[in-house]
Design a protein around this ligand. Structure first.
Ligand code: KG4
Ligand code: ZN
Length: 353
């Protein structure tokens, strides 16, 4: 079964053709990072306009790269939640038009759920039950998956998502937009220079004993104070990032990255222990979302998978960040499970996962 997937939930316009849920025949991602860079964050109206301009060329490019004509498609899949409403509507409208014109089924996919599927593309089917981890700019959560389509949330962030914390910390350090990868690069350079991760330690959020939830706002505040000093009575700070040496920035990036990733590993360990207590030993670990591109997280997850004897599904870089291959791939399983939508499918700002 060949499915054309569309993704436009935030600032990437993407289209992909995936066969039988695994074989990625094409995957096109048009990033808008350059448009939002001057504002230091995604501007919803700019994002929607760019999606309008890019959606048709992007889906045409995906069909061209796949070497297919429209008549070879079996279904249209679209990320219809969560995201910026104006952005979601562009992909959704294009998907409905294609489905209607081609008389094809339409499948609405939850973007957060799709991130968990990214590591199942171009490889053998994963074994279930599986433990899932989504670490993105908008979400940070763990899941128990009984199959690619059936999942239950175990824990989630009570404040910021980890990607958001990375981005804000990077801004505080005066790094370029988008900040998460830049902060990772700075920390990685320091790591290769042999600098000490404990030169500057940051708090690791634990929450109450046994809690599976995450919190990153304290870590963000710790970075603010480390860079700018304590706020004075009028709310003004002692200094800004311009007064920091390169070495000081490296130490802060290293320490911040270590605390953020350790917090994720801690909650992953707690989630697995809970599943073991419930007699649901996970056979796979499905990881997705932009922060799964983080160098330290990738190294730590690889060694953790060795220790746990679990099949780690860590997507290659191109499928860590937003893409449509994960949308089209998951849609195959949704259709196989008999779940399809119709032209009344709505755009929804929140996740169902
Ligand atoms: O999944 P994604 O592309 O979009 C959302 O669904 O949110 O994730 C984007 C997030 C951004 O916050 C970005 O800074 C972060 O992923 N990110 C990283 C890295 N690469 C992307 N964070 C830390 N280290 C990285 N290497
Ligand atoms: Zn995403």
């Amino acid at each position: 079964m060949r499915i054309l997937g569309l993704e436009s939930s935030c600032d990437e316009t993407a289209a992909a053709v995936v066969e039988d849920g695994v074989r990625v025949r094409s995957s096109i991602v048009s990033s808008q990072a350059d448009l939002h860079e001057p504002y230091g964050g995604v501007v919803p109206e700019i994002a929607s306009r760019a999606h309008v301009e890019r959606i048709i060329p992007t889906l045409r490019a995906a069909m061209h790269e796949a070497g297919l004509t429209w008549s070879y498609l079996d279904a249209i899949a679209v990320g219809h939640r969560p995201g910026l409403i104006g952005s979601l509507l562009i992909g959704l409208t294009a998907a409905k038009s294609l489905a209607w014109a081609g008389g094809l089924p339409i499948v609405g996919i939850d973007h957060v759920h799709a991130h968990l599927y990214a590591g199942c593309l171009e490889t053998q089917p994963a074994a279930f039950p599986a433990l899932g981890l989504v670490v993105s700019g908008g979400h940070t959560a763990t899941y128990l998956l009984e199959s690619p389509t059936r999942l239950q949330r175990l824990g989630a962030t009570i404040d910021d998502a980890v990607g958001e914390a990375f981005d804000k910390a990077a801004t505080m350090l005066g790094l370029d937009y988008p900040g998460g990868p830049e902060l990772d690069r700075l920390a990685e350079a320091a790591h290769h220079l042999g600098r000490d991760e404990r030169a500057h330690t940051f708090p690791i959020s634990r929450l109450k004993p046994g809690s599976l939830d995450f919190s990153f706002s304290g870590l963000k505040t710790a970075m603010l104070y480390a860079v700018r000093g304590r706020p004075g009575p009028g709310g003004s700070f002692e200094r800004d990032h311009a007064s920091l040496t390169v070495q000081a920035k490296q130490d802060l990036a290293l320490g911040f990255r270590r605390a953020a990733i350790d917090a994720i590993l801690l909650k992953l360990d707690r989630a697995r222990k809970k599943l073991l207590r419930d007699g649901r030993e996970p056979r796979s670990l499905l990881v997705g979302g932009g922060v799964s591109a983080n160098s330290l997280l990738r190294r730590e997850l690889a060694s953790l998978a060795d220790r746990w004897h679990i099949d780690l599904r860590l997507p290659p870089m191109e499928w860590c960040v937003d893409n449509a291959a994960m949308i089209a791939g998951l849609a195959h399983h949704q259709l196989a499970a008999g779940v399809a939508d119709d032209l009344t499918l709505a755009a929804v700002p929140t996740t169902a996962c």
